[in-house]
Ligand binder design. Structure first.
Ligand SMILES: N[C@@H](CCC(=O)N[C@@H](CS)C(=O)NCC(=O)O)C(=O)O
Length: 231
């Protein structure tokens, strides 16, 4: 029997974070798919917020992706995905919080916005992305990963959002910002990892998932590639 049972939904970026960590650590796990539109009663018992992902390990259930990532680190410390240096650890936690408290809400607003709300929502998301790139990724290290030469939890926290950018970009007036060389270097390094290759979905599939899960109407959605440029 697998050590871990993961309750998630295929298209959840938060669930993808946990799948990436499990694969990176080589932990055997069982995937139980949850239909978010029709959650089973028992799931509401194990998930206090009714959200995925949740894991079961031994006799405990742990929920919330970043809490799960740190839990996995405590229980399966090797290979390490949390830096040893306290300064880098603090950077990791600061940018993890930024991802969930600032970037994710801006992404959801941009996907859901309609009519006159679309331009300010796209502008806000652009600002958030530029902030992540200039104040986060570019300042934390020279790469290829967020915190330097070694992959860390922070890479797993951000990658699922960036995988979805082409699907988000296609619905935006004026598109999203041209991404920097540093960001492109990071994304290229991430895409080479077998864990990413095993969990990734196409931009078209993500665009369909937005429609299905977020209930957004996207008649004009055209899926393209995000351009990477400003240095
Ligand atoms: N902060 C949570 C967010 C999880 C989350 O928003 N999950 C979404 C799927 S992407 C969900 O389960 N939504 C179902 C619902 O809200 O009913 C985490 O990091 O795990």
């Amino acid at each position: 029997m697998a050590d871990i049972e993961l309750f998630t939904a295929n298209f959840s970026p938060f669930g993808q974070r946990v799948r990436l960590a499990l694969l990176e650590k080589g932990i055997d796990f069982w995937h139980t798919e949850i239909d978010l539109a029709n959650k089973p009663e028992w799931f509401l018992v194990i998930s206090p917020t009714g959200e995925v992902p949740v894991i079961r390990h031994e006799d405990r259930f742990v929920s919330d992706s970043t809490v799960i990532l740190e839990y996995l680190e405590d229980v399966y410390p090797q290979p390490a995905l949390r830096p040893r240096d306290p300064g880098k650890r603090a950077q990791m936690r600061f940018w993890m919080e930024y991802a969930d408290e600032k970037l994710f809400p801006a992404i959801v607003r941009a996907i859901r916005s309609e009519g006159e709300g679309r331009v300010p929502a796209a502008a806000k998301l652009r600002d958030n992305l530029i902030f992540v790139e200039r104040e986060g990724l570019a300042r934390c290290s020279r790469g290829p990963y967020w915190l330097g030469q070694e992959l860390s939890i922070l890479d797993l926290v951000y990658y699922p959002f960036f995988e979805r950018l082409p699907a988000i970009e296609s619905g935006q007036p004026g598109g999203l910002p041209l991404l920097s060389i540093r960001l492109r270097y990071w994304l290229d390094a991430m895409r080479e990892r077998p864990s990413v290759q095993a969990t990734q979905n196409s931009a078209e599939a993500h665009a369909r998932a937005f429609t299905q899960y977020l209930g957004v109407r996207q008649p004009r959605r055209r899926v393209g590639n995000v351009e990477y440029l400003h240095a």
